[in-house]
Design a protein around this ligand. Structure first.
Ligand SMILES: Nc1ncnc2c1ncn2[C@@H]1O[C@H](COP(=O)(O)OP(=O)(O)O)[C@@H](O)[C@H]1O
Ligand SMILES: [Mg+2]
Length: 371
């Protein structure tokens, strides 16, 4: 049966043709490779004909052969070469010029599974391209992706929807360069120390610092400003970090709650991906009332941001006051074999192969129902 785009999921050998996108131009390139390996491994080859599409750090799209092997090997050939090149595994990989899409993206697939984290992947840009190509894709649309990725914008919308958040201030790079003393005074007065300084638009803790006193503010602002013109400064919460997975379109469901116990002073890049010592506790030890409250907030946040498919909603539970705050919403959460999102569903009764099936089904459903 063909859909309105003339695509026929039953064509050829009856398998659904899924393009899995990975790599990308953000600082989370490597995390994306690991997430995509998990997704690809979970797609049942009897049901899915998987096409790998890799995106290099400089924005070239690789298809055919084994783009995963290429990106994993970070072949220096790719930094220099152009046109078709040989994959490490022997198959022929086609590389486009930066920003040019491979033919594999524009008509030869039934659904796209973007497994890209961070800017130019999770932020609505790739989603916009897929809308233009008229192809169903897993996860949130343009608007939800863009808003959720942008921390200050997401906070504004979540505040409007009445969701509790830690107090915060938005500072531009220019503000800081011109009037550091005024900005520092506002931070000290309205947020106090410790506070957290973050690039407006990033992920995986890239560019984030915990600032213990005024003296540490300068280097932290410089670090965040390196990644974005807009910098978010947030009151530090003495927090338990709790996370909930959400799945669905118009009727999303929430998973059990997981807890992260970071191996470092906070859940920084090293604690997330390097040292492997951070602990994930699933399910988190919580009383029933808090559990239900958090699940309700997770679904409210998903709806407020107009998300689709999946999201992981992260919370802080203040150890001193028991208050809960929404920290952030990730529309393309980590999907590595040890990541919270797939593990939360596993613990809720949806094993990984079923999870990727459902996500693909939700992508098709959303595409068919129009916006
Ligand atoms: N306001 C805060 N209070 C306490 N810890 C924070 C705060 N903001 C961030 N952190 C710590 O920094 C980590 C990364 O911050 P987060 O906003 O989640 O950024 P990312 O999008 O990079 O994951 C959090 O998981 C937490 O450990
Ligand atoms: Mg986070």
């Amino acid at each position: 049966m063909a859909d309105e785009q003339g695509r026929d999921p039953g064509r050829r050998d009856g398998r659904v043709r899924v393009a899995v996108l990975f790599g990308g131009q953000s600082d989370e390139h490597d995390v994306s490779l690991r997430s995509a390996q998990t997704v690809i491994g979970a797609l049942d080859p009897r049901r899915y004909d998987v096409r790998m599409v890799g995106i290099t750090r400089d924005g070239r799209w690789l298809s055919g052969g084994d783009p995963m092997a290429h990106l994993v090997a970070e072949s220096p050939m790719f930094a220099l070469g152009s046109g078709a090149e040989r994959a490490a595994s022997g198959g022929k990989v086609e590389a486009t010029a930066p920003g040019v899409l491979p033919a594999a993206m524009t008509g030869d697939v039934d659904v796209v599974f973007p497994v890209l984290h961070g800017p130019r992947g999770e932020d609505g840009t790739v989603q916009g391209m897929l809308e233009l190509a008229g192809v169903p894709y897993v996860g949130a649309g343009v608007l939800g992706s863009a808003v959720a990725m942008d921390k200050p914008m997401a906070k504004t919308i979540l505040a409007q929807a009445g969701l509790p958040q830690a107090p915060w201030l938005l500072v531009t790079r220019k503000d800081w360069d011109r009037e550091p003393d005024t900005v520092a005074a506002a931070i000290a007065q309205r947020l106090g120390f410790p506070c957290f300084v973050k690039p407006g638009n990033m992920g995986s803790s890239v560019g984030i610092s915990k600032v213990h006193d005024a003296a540490e503010l300068g280097p932290a602002m410089a670090e965040a400003a390196h990644f974005d013109r807009r910098i978010l400064v947030e009151r530090g919460v003495n927090a338990r970090e709790l996370e909930i997975a959400v799945l669905g379109n118009d009727e999303p469901i929430a998973s059990v709650v997981g807890e992260v116990v970071p191996s470092n002073e906070f859940y920084d890049y090293a604690a997330k991906y390097v040292d492997d010592r951070s602990e994930l506790i699933i399910p988190a030890k919580l009383d029933g009332t808090t559990l239900i409250h958090l699940q309700g907030l997770a679904i409210d946040a998903f709806r407020a941001l107009d998300l689709a498919g999946m999201a992981r909603v992260d919370f802080f539970l203040d150890k001193d006051t028991d208050h809960v705050f929404v920290n952030e919403v990730n529309t393309l959460p980590g999907f590595t074999s040890i990541s919270m999102y797939p593990r939360l569903w596993e613990a809720t009764g949806i094993p990984l192969p079923e999870l990727v099936d459902r996500l693909i089904g939700l992508a098709m459903e959303r595409h068919q129902s129009g916006r």
